[in-house]
Design a protein around this ligand. Structure first.
Ligand SMILES: [Fe+2]
Ligand SMILES: [Fe+2]
Ligand SMILES: [Fe+2]
Ligand SMILES: [Fe+2]
Length: 435
């Protein structure tokens, strides 16, 4: 039977207050947690932060006491949920370890969505962003090895490859080029809306995590790496949020936020392998059904429309976490050379970029003293002879060719790893990463 959340009972909002002991639960064990339990935990934290923040913004723009009572009550619940979810993180999980988890979320979530996205332009945008987060995973993995002596596989558990992608120094664009064409709220599929609302929440939380934690390292080059990648996450928030129809009303957006929470918890319940954490997802699914029911009533009352016109009659699946190596490798090999067009909110390729491409200015200025995400490879090469790569041999052997195809010839930072350097590196013995 299909699950229609509007037909479910849920838990009423008045019964959603919990004790501090129930709110701050025991963390997971970083050494035996399933990597996809961790990605669900990271994503759901981002979903709760967005739900809380959206309701504050709604209240700041609303003079209706009935609405303000609803948002005041439920955003406190969202905030308590956020604490529970985020504080499952154990205190001994380092910032870089958590960071690898964040980029694994971005890679495997975006890849799943791209394959389950009915709108071809939205899918193309997901594929474009996917290759950027995939490169971030490779760059941060070098630091995790170099700074903490860990294998990236301690976090990604062999489910996600670690290899260069479109180089991060090429992700810095004129931010106006990141703006995309938005979907039409009247015709877009609920899957498209939930996919985008989910991804915006995830990217925003990734940005915020790097903003709040990148400075916790004393190593200046790590700090600059976080600064550089955080800036790309800002571009990702800009890119994905611009896909949302800006003419959706506050009530429509409220309905979509609660529906997005329902769909994500529903998927978490279906997929969770940790029984204790599954019980948290089950409880929060019931909470979100409670929120959704009120949001649907408000939508009916104020918009005089049927909520099913917006969210349909069944749950959608936005976050089915599983290994996406094959799909990611296919996108990597065919789309690493893609870039944002100067005009038309479209895509182009490196060899078609005009001399006046708007992003060159940003790249030239930002990278004039070097790019930290290139420097980390130079440091690894100086210390270990080469970079750390985890992928099957067939893909690994293509690394220099991929770089040749994906690196812009213009506006390169002075410390750029050249194609020739990459070819020499690949002659070196591989780094033993299972330390
Ligand atoms: Fe929530
Ligand atoms: Fe990223
Ligand atoms: Fe991202
Ligand atoms: Fe909610």
């Amino acid at each position: 039977m299909t699950f229609n959340p509007l037909q479910e009972k849920g838990i009423p909002v008045e019964k959603q207050i919990r004790s501090w002991h129930e709110i701050a639960k025991k963390p997971f064990n970083k050494n035996d947690v399933d990597c996809y339990t961790r990605t669900r935990q990271i994503l759901m934290n981002g979903i709760e932060v967005e739900a809380w923040n959206f309701k504050h913004n709604f209240a700041r723009n609303c003079s209706d006491p009935e609405i303000n009572k609803f948002t005041a009550m439920t955003r406190r619940i969202e905030d308590m949920q956020q604490t529970t979810v985020n504080w499952l993180t154990p205190s001994d999980q380092s910032v870089l370890e958590t960071t690898l988890g964040y980029e694994q979320v971005a890679v495997d979530l975006t890849a799943w969505m791209a394959q389950n996205e009915p709108d071809p332009y939205v899918k193309e945008t997901f594929d474009f962003g996917l290759l950027e987060d995939f490169d971030h995973l490779y760059r941060y993995s070098q630091w995790a090895y170099f700074e903490h002596g860990i294998s990236p596989n301690d976090i990604v558990q062999g489910q996600t490859d670690v290899i260069l992608s479109r180089p991060t120094q090429n992700h810095h664009n004129d931010n106006t080029l990141r703006l995309r064409k938005h979907y039409d709220k009247a015709t877009a599929d609920p899957q498209t809306k939930v996919n985008i609302y989910t991804l915006v929440s995830g990217e925003q939380q990734t940005h915020n995590y790097y903003a709040e934690h990148g400075m916790e390292y004393g190593n200046q080059c790590i700090r600059e790496t976080y600064a550089e990648i955080k800036d790309v996450e800002e571009e990702h928030v800009t890119m994905y949020e611009s896909l949302i129809d800006p003419s959706e009303s506050w009530f429509e957006k409220l309905l979509l936020h609660e529906f997005t929470e329902v769909c994500n918890y529903y998927t978490c319940v279906e997929d969770e392998v940790d029984e204790r954490i599954k019980r948290i997802w089950e409880m929060f699914l019931e909470y979100e059904i409670g929120h959704l029911k009120i949001a649907a009533d408000l939508f009916k009352k104020y918009e005089k429309r049927d909520p099913e016109e917006v969210i349909g009659t069944k749950v959608v699946i936005p976050n089915r976490f599983k290994s996406q190596k094959e799909y990611v490798a296919k996108v990597l090999e065919t789309q690493i050379q893609k870039r944002l067009s100067n005009e038309g909110m479209d895509y182009t390729e490196i060899n078609k970029l005009p001399d006046d491409w708007k992003s060159y200015k940003v790249q030239q200025k930002a990278g004039e003293d070097g790019s930290p995400t290139e420097m980390v490879i130079q440091i690894m090469t100086a210390a270990k002879g080469r970079d750390l790569v985890i992928a099957d041999k067939k893909l690994k052997d293509k690394q220099a060719d991929l770089l040749e195809k994906g690196l812009e010839p213009k506006a390169q930072a002075p410390d750029t790893v050249s194609v020739e350097q990459m070819r020499e590196m690949m002659e070196e013995e591989e780094i033993e990463h299972e330390c």
